[in-house]
Design a protein around this ligand. Structure first.
Ligand SMILES: *Cc1c(COP(=O)(O)O)cnc(C)c1O
Length: 439
């Protein structure tokens, strides 16, 4: 297919694989956008209430959640020595989803929530559960027998499969994960050990999802988690906003339009960063500025937004390869649902080379002893683009924002379960990237 695209600066940068900051020309005032969306504050509250209903059961199934009362949450950390080294004006914080329990990545938010939502509906419809019950009730044999009749299925580059697999197995569902060619071997092995069926595809993420979707259509006992369109996944991610707000308040960090929050979110198909953007805009309005970050060879969401073609265009259509070491972000075609949903809310996007991810991964480990996978380091690059590029400076000037008043949050998205030998490989690559390009 020959695609005619307007020859604009962002399209040229995308085609050439040049790292850049894109500021969204379709950004509108949050107040004017939210009322027109299909999801509201009530949906966020309902999702959060569901997480609370499940909390006692979650604490029972996963003892590591006990201290958090059964909720899946990560810390908001100061960037300490790393912030000193990077030396940005303002404050730099790290949202440690790299350390989220159960799944070790941001997928613990969306993936687990979606499976809980499904389990609740099944159990309530079968008369085994009422919303007011203690959900520990779902451990009874009758509930497990019910769940065993269903297979939860998903297409994944690794982490979503990992999160869905863990919770499905714990609740008693059958589970089948369709992994793309980017998925790391250790993620597949870990799941197989839990009794999850892992199907390996030679193709990329978009095709793995298509295969999973096709298999599910032919079989009513398969519950397909649709990473490209699921509202429940999206809401599971979005509830992060409530907890981030509470963390900022407890740390005494002021957020208003003069003291804005800049949040940098690594982006694959778009559900995680899109959901979090929606949640944060709902709670903070225009005082929060959300930027997605993507690899230069897989900038699918940026491409969809820049061209307005959303899921109708893939990175291959402009000659890119979708080859990146950031396996969590190796997506060639974005979610159409998310792109349209956040089209007037998202402040912008940044694209990066893999080398930068490795350099940041190394710096993070060296100075903060934090371990992340390459995808998860992407957010740390955000402030650099905002503060030092021509586009970024113009953006801050236009919004009359003083750099020293900004609280930057780099959302670290995965890494907890990366095996030590893999981590050492990442760090070696990071060390050589630092040698070539400086710290
Ligand atoms: C999946 C993933 C993301 C991005 O989430 P999407 O919903 O695919 O946009 C970011 N980082 C890591 C580590 C991931 O696994």
């Amino acid at each position: 297919m020959k695609l005619k695209l307007k020859d604009t600066a962002p399209v040229r940068n995308l085609r050439a694989g040049t790292p850049f900051l894109w500021c969204n020309p379709n950004l509108k005032k949050t107040n004017s956008v939210l009322p027109g969306l299909s999801l509201r504050m009530d949906d966020l509250r309902n999702a959060q209430a569901r997480q609370h209903r499940f909390a006692p059961l979650m604490a029972e199934l996963f003892p590591e959640l006990g201290i958090a009362g059964g909720l899946i949450e990560s810390e908001l950390l100061p960037a300490g020595k790393l912030a000193e080294i990077l030396d940005y004006p303002g404050t730099l914080l790290l949202k440690a989803d790299n350390d989220l329990p159960i799944a070790g990545s941001i997928k613990a938010r969306g993936g687990i929530y979606e499976v809980l939502h499904f389990a609740e509906k099944l159990a309530v419809d079968a008369g085994l559960l009422q919303y007011s019950d203690n959900y520990i009730k779902l451990l009874v044999p009758a509930a497990r027998k019910l769940f065993r009749k269903y297979t939860v299925s998903v297409g994944s580059t690794g982490n979503l499969g990992f999160s869905i697999g863990m919770i499905s197995a714990a609740l008693g569902f059958e589970c089948c994960i369709h992994m793309s060619n980017d998925a790391k071997q250790w993620k597949k092995e870990r799941l197989r050990k839990r009794g999850v069926t892992v199907i390996e595809h030679e193709s990329d993420y978009t095709s793995a999802v298509a295969e999973a979707r096709k298999a599910a259509e032919a079989d009513p006992s398969i519950y397909f988690v649709d990473d490209e369109n699921s509202v429940n996944l999206f809401l599971g991610y979005a509830t992060a906003a409530f907890r981030l707000k509470a963390q900022l308040e407890s740390q005494g960090i002021r957020v208003d339009e003069k003291h804005p929050l800049f949040v940098y979110l690594p982006c694959g198909v778009g559900g995680a960063p899109g959901g979090i953007t929606f949640g944060l805009k709902t709670l903070f309005g225009d005082a929060v500025h959300c930027f997605i970050v993507e690899p230069v060879q897989s900038p699918c969401m940026t491409l969809g937004l820049v061209t307005g073609k959303h899921s109708e265009i893939s990175v291959y259509d402009i000659g890119l390869t979708n080859a990146t070491e950031a396996d969590g972000l190796a997506v060639s075609r974005p979610s159409g649902f998310v792109g349209k949903f956040i089209g007037n809310l998202l402040n912008g996007a940044v694209t990066l080379e893999d080398e930068t991810l490795y350099r940041l991964l190394w710096l993070l480990n060296r100075h903060e002893s934090v371990k992340v996978e390459p995808s998860a380091a992407a957010g740390i690059a955000g402030p650099e683009f905002l503060l030092h590029s021509k586009e970024g400076k113009a953006y801050l000037e236009k919004a009359r924002i003083k750099p020293e008043n900004i609280t930057h949050i780099a959302w670290l998205t995965g890494g907890r379960f990366v095996p030590e030998t893999e981590m050492q490989k990442f760090l070696r690559k990071g060390a050589s990237a630092v040698k070539t390009h400086g710290g």
